[in-house]
Design a protein around this ligand. Sequence first.
Ligand code: ZN
Ligand code: ZN
Length: 363
Amino acid sequence: MTAVPTETLAAVLRSADGQFDVEKVAIDAPAANEVLVRVVAAGMCHTDSLARAIGNFPIVPGHEGAGVVEAIGSAVTSLRPGDHVVMSFDSCGICAACHSGRPYHCAEFELLNFGNRRAAAHLADGKGVANRWFGQSSFAGYALAGERNAVKIPDHVDLRLAGPLGCGIMTGAGSVMNVMQLRSGDSIAVFGAGAVGLAAVMAAKLSGAGEIVAVDIHENRRALALELGADRVVDPAAGDELAVQVVGNGAPFDFSLDTTARAEVMSAATEVIGRPGLAVLVGAGFEPLTLAPASLAGKAVAYAYLGHANPQVFLPRLISLWQRGMFPFDRLVTSFPLADINQAEVASAAGSAIKPVLMMEGQ
Ligand SMILES: [Zn+2]
Ligand SMILES: [Zn+2]
């Protein structure tokens, strides 16, 4: 186990509206239940922007890291140096939800993933940097993860691509496969064809869905949705009321998924489903949603974290589907060197990069 701090480059955020500074930090040796991971690449997810709103500065965000275990804490038993891992969200392991295999409902979820102020990394001047964002802070050449949230993957899997499985891709696929438990022939409307929405489209396709409709304001994303399994796409700006456009002349949908967190879109997601139907909301947002109770007759609406996935179980399944060509999420990836993280964030917000992935090697 490494006894001295590990020096590496990391993307440090110092204010709500500032840019990332890519600079040297020193990372502590892993605590008893932690592993030190040499990060190969880390996906950028919209949830990373919540770090700006939460304000635990300075902080290293990043929560879709993939890499190689370099050192392990004294209590770690399931991982060893050299193991390849994808890092996912953190959970406590001792609450009722964790004990029952539902870490996404962990009683400590918000604290561990958004609010952990532990500063096990230090700037050049010695000042602490919060580096347990989602139990990893993987916008860095090295990251400390918990044994619980580092998922061992086969050595042959491409670590330059696998990171997004840890959050965004898992959320989209899990929403379909775990939350909806979509069955062959069921129909689904997906609002927002970013990484989460397109993962849902792919998961619906491989689950044998009936009609799949994808909605997005960006032409490039609509085109990709069609390639990845959507039967029809809708441009919200095209004219009619959104729900009317989505349903068209067909029957209401069995399921809908909102990834946008915009009130009018979430409302449309509840309108397009029939009875019984389930609308799943996953977008990270705080815009109030107003619904008339009678409009929900016979319907269900759920806000679901992380596709109700237990990463230690679900990520190996997604990797198996990916490796067999049934879940080509790597088509969503655009790579950037860590040094270009600010450009990656702009490209993500503009919609030109669906899933930016930051490459650490050579930094
Ligand atoms: Zn827990
Ligand atoms: Zn995320």
